[in-house]
Design a protein around this ligand. Structure first.
Ligand code: 26W
Length: 803
């Protein structure tokens, strides 16, 4: 059966027929009784049908061309919704709109009926999703490997202003974007004995594959995201069942499924839980067994593996890949130890995403030895070899104080290690891996993060995307550097007017949504000032709400002091066990309660915090933003990627010299960026003064007043002592230098006020931010990985433009 190599152009009639066919024959539903869910499934299957062609084509070209493949191992893929993204990459959005009209269903309603695939916590998981889309858009042969969690990141709701978590269950409904692959299943062993290389696991589960095609821009290529689901090795225990011991009968199933049951909701604190280590090995071993099976189906010389396979470890979470690859090459395929180690190192790359000490994984040698006895042996031997080969200082190594440092293991077992922004990669060399960097100069490189412009501009912001395409054509979607052509238009009054109109369209849409879902009226003329990201002290949402309180207070004191009307928008989840972050959430909601009902400030200031921030909500909030809050303590945010999305969508950034903010400011121009705060070096120095917070607060009337209002219960009249701990921490344990940066931040905010009151000047700067955001495309990032780490090329180069 001939499958066209690219997404077969389909006209409205054909698509309509395909949708009707799927409704009847796949869903078994009569159009007269079809629900939104039914139409969504029917349309999804019809769209999915058009992905299969490019998918098969990609696989065939890769095999025929004996091309090198990239394998991206990640415990998280924060994908979001898939229907609209697929329609856009296949160029079928308009066709789908007309089909929806002719079949009488509302396409937007259908799109928003799809649950997010929330298989990630935050930045790391979303980056993995952007990377897969760019790998397909660039035609780079690649697989993503992840876990098919039954429950993704928890659902957040507020009770009395406090976060409450409930399980997320995206799989209760059928999931049209995956293909079960029961034939691709691998046994994953745990525990048991390992006697000189002979390991007999005492427990095991089956990793069973589910494949999701990832279509690229213009539907010219589709790679595979293979997700593993845990199944029991032994089926249902009928004997026990017949003896009435039903629970025991179902135990093997229940036990196995725990491995892919739920995503760990921590994104900055390593918990050291046994189940987490088992999940990490489950993913990694299944992936490596699958990779070697595919390699050996084409080649028979494993020593050439690095020429055809590049494996990237997304942080240390899959770092057991080093020892596991050595085990498979030696114990299973009989290669010699040294040869196996060299092959593994030449194949593996490791990306570090955080410097936070509490986030670095270090498994106790007891637990590692218990869960993975063979790997513990291999880790010790790797460590030994490295000590001998490098004559390293005693304090350097993988196993230290009875713990296995997964960062050091990943570093030593990789041929390239990278940070995710220029500042971060520099700090990685100077801090966490200082000694190893000395021993292995040149191994650490930088690959500054990026985001896909398809989802984060073309899909999320049709008004602006349309204006850009009308102005410079739509080449920018596949080549974001072309946005540069917008620069001259920044001086064009008419263009600026259209640009503001596009932003306003998004702001009005958001105001309506906030009105409908939260019952709060916000004024679309106000500056939409947005901070959306996981809640964490280093991201300093508390600095933002302190400034909000100061602004509110001063607005009340001098209403005519030239304030810009503002809507403060917060969004973000806290790890369930992170009490301080949860307190910050509570404070933001308490402050919102008071300010939003204050007749004095009225429309001049509103605070909204929609619950359950996720990818789909980001797509709604970012296009409507005027000001992007990137206010982390310098040296703490490895990169940030939200900052890039806001810049692309024409928001101005208020931020510190941290992570990729530094590069954003370099690209958009310092004059088009509201900078404040201590630099990373100054932070280190300032911390040496133990009174740094007290001194700063005593020098700031504003901050003193803010803390006074909070501590006297102004925002918690029913529980006046509620924030005594928080205020005490602000005075005495201000680890993230909120006090030291408060006045600088307040002043920068007033500068933003001033500029916002001059829409021509504001929009000129905003246009320049968009025009100069090309560098922050994940296509540019992936090209860097392909050239500097993976040694792979696009399989599309030289292929005439199929579209
Ligand atoms: C072990 C628990 C755990 C889980 C996840 C620790 C650390 C993580 C991630 C590394 C945290 C994370 O998402 N880091 C973010 O990665 C983004 C993508 O590179 C960066 O843009 C963010 O700055 C960084 O915080």
């Amino acid at each position: 059966m001939s499958m066209t190599k690219d997404a077969r152009p389909v006209n409205d009639a054909e698509l309509k027929q395909a949708v009707e066919q799927h409704l009847i024959y796949t869903l078994g539903k009569d159009a007269r009784h079809a629900s939104v869910y039914d139409w969504r499934m029917a349309l999804s299957y019809a769209i999915r049908d058009r992905i299969v062609g490019p998918w098969f084509h990609a696989t065939r070209r890769t095999y025929e061309g004996q091309r090198k493949r990239v394998y991206y191992l990640s415990m998280e893929f924060l994908i979001g919704r898939m229907l609209e993204d697929a329609m856009i990459n296949l160029g079928l959005l308009e066709a789908s709109e007309s089909v929806a009209k002719s079949l009488g269903f509302d396409l937007r309603q259908i799109i928003e009926d799809e649950p997010d695939a929330a298989l990630g916590n935050g930045g790391l998981g979303r980056l993995a999703a952007c990377f897969l889309e760019s790998l397909s858009s660039l035609g780079c042969p690649a697989h993503g490997y992840g876990i098919r969690y039954e429950h993704g990141l928890f659902r957040q709701r507020f009770e009395g202003g406090q976060q409450v978590e409930t399980p997320e269950d995206w799989l209760t409904q059928a999931h049209p974007w995956e293909f079960a692959r029961p034939e691709s299943a691998y046994e994953i062993g745990f525990k048991g004995e390992a006697v000189n290389g002979d390991w007999h696991p005492s427990e095991s589960v089956i990793a069973s594959a589910y494949d999701m095609p990832v279509i690229g821009w213009q539907g010219r290529w589709a790679n595979t995201l293979r997700m593993w689901s845990a199944k029991p090795t032994t089926l249902f225990d009928l004997e026990r069942f017949n003896s009435g011991d039903y629970a025991a009968a179902a135990e093997p199933e229940a036990l196995a499924r725990t491995l892919s049951r739920v995503l760990y909701p921590d994104d900055t604190t390593y918990q050291g839980k046994e189940l987490r280590l088992k999940q990490e090995f489950f993913l990694t071993s299944a992936a490596l067994q699958d990779i070697l099976r595919r390699y050996l189906s084409e080649y028979d010389d494993l020593t050439k593996l690095p020429q055809k396979v590049a494996i990237q470890m997304n942080d240390t979470h899959p770092a057991i890949a080093g020892p596991e690859l050595i085990r498979l090459l030696t114990d299973k395929h009989g290669l010699e130890w040294g040869v196996a180690q060299d092959i593994a190192r030449a194949t593996l790359g490791y990306t570090n995403h955080t410097l936070l000490p509490e986030a670095l994984e270090r498994w106790s040698t007891w637990l590692m030895g218990n869960i993975l006895p063979r790997h513990m042996q291999i880790i010790e031997r790797i460590d030994d070899d490295h000590r001998r080969a490098t004559k390293r200082p005693a304090h350097v190594g993988i196993v230290r104080n009875n713990e296995v440092q997964m960062g050091e293991l990943a570093f030593i077992m990789s041929h390239k290690v990278n940070g995710v922004s220029a500042l971060h990669s520099d700090l990685v060399k100077k801090t966490v891996f200082h000694d190893l960097n000395e021993l292995h100069p040149g191994r650490i490189i930088n690959q500054t993060n990026g985001v896909t412009p398809r989802r984060w501009l073309k899909l999320a912001n049709p008004p602006l995307a349309g204006l850009i395409s009308d102005t410079i054509g739509d080449g920018w979607i596949g080549d974001l550097d072309q946005l540069k052509a917008l620069e001259p238009h920044a001086n064009d009054k008419a263009f600026r007017k259209d640009f503001r109109a596009a932003k306003r369209t998004n702001k009005v849409a958001l105001s309506n949504w906030v009105g409908e879902t939260m019952g709060v009226q916000i004024n679309p003329n106000a500056m939409f000032d947005v901070q959306i990201k996981r809640i964490h002290e280093y991201k300093r949402q508390h600095l933002n709400i302190f400034e909000t309180i100061a602004l509110w207070h001063n607005m009340r004191e001098n209403p005519d002091a030239g304030w810009a009307p503002r809507v403060k928008v917060f969004g973000g989840k806290s790890a369930p066990g992170y009490a301080v972050a949860k307190e910050i959430i509570h404070l933001i909601n308490d402050v919102a309660q008071v300010i939003n009902n204050d007749p004095v400030t009225g429309d001049m200031l509103k605070v909204i915090y929609p619950p359950n921030y996720n990818v789909s909500m980001a797509e709604r909030l970012i296009p409507a933003a005027d000001l992007s809050e990137q206010i982390s303590t310098a040296g703490k945010e490895a990169s940030g990627t939200g900052n890039m999305k806001f810049t692309m969508n024409g928001a101005l950034t208020i931020g510190t010299l941290d992570g990729a903010n530094v590069e954003i400011r370099e690209h958009v121009g310092a004059e088009n960026f509201f900078l404040f705060g201590l630099t990373a070096d100054e932070v280190i120095k300032r911390r040496r003064n133990v009174r740094h917070a007290r001194d700063a607060i005593e020098a700031s009337q504003n901050m003193q007043h803010v803390l006074q209002l909070i501590v006297e219960g102004r925002f918690s009249p029913t529980d006046p002592d509620r924030y005594h701990g928080l205020v005490d921490r602000a005075w005495n344990h201000d680890h993230y230098l909120v006090a030291a940066d408060f006045e600088g931040y307040y002043t920068a905010q007033r500068a933003a006020d001033k500029l916002y009151l001059d829409p021509e000047a504001w929009s000129e700067q905003a246009v320049l931010n968009v025009a100069r955001s090309g560098f922050f495309s994940s296509d540019r990032t992936i090209r860097g990985y392909m050239a500097d780490i993976w040694g792979t090329e696009s399989a599309l180069d030289g292929e005439e433009d199929a579209a």
